[in-house]
Write a protein that binds this ligand. Structure first.
Ligand code: ATP
Ligand code: MG
Length: 563
């Protein structure tokens, strides 16, 4: 059904990027070739925002018969790691995309970038600046005020070449000098005010080891890397729009008229009740606010996967929100809608009681067990059925009973009838209280003629409750997730540290009871609908003694047992 959904949206009119690409193809640009790339920096795990970029980069190549490279923009060894490289690859594959044999690294191009830098020095387009980064920042000026030229700006070419060589040999400490492009300190585009091309970093790189002591800045590596790879369309988010003239300026130094990448920008994804900055996500992990990058409350791909999201639900979500030129914040309920829609069709229904209280059917034989037939998925009859043992003592949800209920309460209350799902109609006769006043046991009587599926079973009652047999129940750990943040848009709260905005109740762990069919069949990663409660999936913390379930999402209009 997801495939069908994706197909349906394919009939939608082209978005502005698809339109631009199809026009270039129709005009025979680049010999009719389409080559895109997804260029993550391996300094963190991918999040749902990256999924939007991935669906564009890989999706558009698929749609128009092109190819998409995966390129790691690994220009800062201090923050980068192979752990991230491996996780990024896994997540892209999980989303359903593949780069084939086109896996690249910006570090592959370090020698070429070095040669280009040397050439720019020789042509008078670059110089070594011995000022501190603070001094350089102070001289930048403002968009309406020109910057100040560095006193090192006009040093001779030979001196620049010598210093740049020695920077790379490791002769100078980090921060003591940088290589800057010599462009225009008065340009209205701040990125043209002699941007830094190289800085000294003496930290080993995850691929090139200690070969280099200078590393190109992202802005000096990214555009040329696209060029070196023959990328025809460099699709990225809006914040790079202002970098585009600089990328073009660098590429002008190496390209002729026949080919250059065309950069196109779209709006980045922001979601309510979460943060999307890798720096902040890293902080949450490092400081232990969450259990890891794959904590099911994280907006990371691996977090969503562990939470129970499917790749199809994420791709459908991205299709729905679309690509525009306007930044905004998308409601997380739209993402939740996508997974509900998927699981409604594809998750088997099972019985689990999350907040249990005992129900005793006083007129039901003590030693009798009946196997009741349960539909696996009423949306898909072909999903079949399973059976659940029914006995005299059952667990039901505490919230399904009220001693003094208002008129419109159609669940269990003394004197009224309800149906126990796929079993009998029962009439509540009362309850017993514990010393603290809470309800300890509920009593009822069943009517044997109302057995589900029997000819006389059609008694009209308003409520149907789920249940699990006390005798056959298995215990399970159930993790109930709420939003990670208390405020709709944490990024908007400029005067407060984002960590203060975390929701202290974003995880509540309870012990519930599940039916034996579920206990016997559940494997890590399996997804289910707990009837009347929500969608849950089996967590990787499960082992042979203990099943752990993550709540993916509650049922939309359904009954919410715990808030
Ligand atoms: P950083 O803050 O470290 O630069 P980043 O989120 O930009 O982080 P990258 O690894 O540079 O991370 O991102 C790879 C690609 O994903 C970029 O092309 C970027 O435009 C895109 N991307 C990142 N965040 C989003 C987002 N929220 N929505 C859409 N695309 C995004
Ligand atoms: Mg980035």
């Amino acid at each position: 059904m997801e495939a069908e959904n994706i197909d349906k949206t394919k009939e939608k009119s082209l978005n502005f990027i698809e339109l631009a690409v199809s026009e270039d193809l129709a005009a025979g640009k680049n010999g009719g070739r389409l080559s895109t790339r997804f260029p993550p920096e391996p300094n963190g795990y991918l999040h749902i925002g990256h999924a939007k970029a991935i669906c564009m980069d890989f999706g558009i190549a698929e749609k128009f018969g092109g190819t998409c490279n995966l390129r790691f923009d690994d220009t800062n060894p201090v923050k980068e790691d192979v752990e991230y490289v491996d996780a990024i690859k896994e997540d892209i594959h999980w989303l359903g995309f593949d780069w084939g044999d086109r896996l690249y690294y910006a570090s592959d191009y370090f020698p070429k970038l070095w040669d280009l830098a040397v050439r720019l020095i020789k042509e008078g387009y670059a110089y070594v600046d011995e000022q501190s980064s603070e001094q350089i920042a102070e001289q930048k000026g403002t968009p309406t005020q020109p910057g100040i030229e560095s006193p090192f700006r006009n040093r001779p070419v030979e001196e620049n070449l010598d210093l740049f060589e020695r920077m790379n040999k490791g002769e100078f400490p980090e921060g003591s000098m940088v290589l800057r492009a010599k462009i225009d300190m008065a340009s209205p585009n701040m990125h043209f005010r002699d941007p830094i091309m190289y800085r000294i970093i003496k930290h080993p790189h995850h691929r090139t080891g200690t070969q280099w002591n200078v590393y190109p800045m992202y802005d000096f590596a990214h555009g040329q890397s696209d060029f070196f790879e023959g990328v025809t369309h460099s699709i990225c988010t809006l914040e790079f729009e202002v970098h585009r003239p600089l990328y073009n300026w660098f590429i002008d130094r190496i390209a002729d008229e026949s080919y250059r990448p065309r950069q196109l920008e779209f709006n980045r994804l922001n979601l309510t009740y979460t943060v999307m900055s890798k720096r902040k996500l890293l902080q949450l992990v490092k400081e232990g606010y969450v259990s890891g990058w794959d904590d099911p409350r994280m907006p990371t791909i691996c977090g969503l996967r562990r939470r129970g999201y499917t790749p199809e639900s994420i791709r459908n979500f991205v299709e729905r929100i679309g690509y525009t030129k306007y930044d905004g914040v998308i409601s997380v309920s739209l993402l939740e809608h996508s997974i509900r829609e998927d699981l409604n069709m594809n998750a088997n229904r099972v019985s689990a009681v999350v907040n249990p209280v005992k129900l005793i059917i006083t007129n039901y034989p003590e030693d009798l067990t009946e196997e009741m037939v349960m539909d696996n998925n009423p949306e898909r009859p072909e999903a079949g059925t399973h059976t659940a043992p029914f006995t005299r003592e059952l667990y039901i949800e505490r919230e399904d009973f009220m001693e003094d209920a208002p008129k419109k309460f159609f669940r269990m209350t003394p004197g009224k009838e309800v149906r126990l799902k796929s079993a009998y109609v029962v009439k509540c006769t009362g309850c017993k209280h514990a010393a603290d006043g809470s309800v300890e046991e509920i009593y009822c009587e069943y009517d044997p003629l109302t057995k589900s599926g029997m000819p006389e079973s059609g008694r009209k009652v308003k409520g149907t409750l789920h249940w699990v047999s006390v005798k056959y129940a298995h215990k399970a750990e159930i993790r109930l997730y709420e939003r990670l943040f208390d405020v709709e848009n944490p990024a908007d709260e400029k005067d407060r540290d984002f960590r203060e905005l975390l929701n202290p109740d974003s995880l509540k762990t309870v012990t519930g009871f599940i039916e034996p069919y579920l206990a016997d069949t559940a494997k890590v990663g399996d997804r289910y609908q707990f009837q009347r409660i929500g969608y849950f999936c089996v967590d990787k913390d499960s082992d042979s003694n203990r099943l752990v379930f993550n709540r993916t999402v509650s049922l939309k209009d359904g009954y919410k047992p715990q808030q």
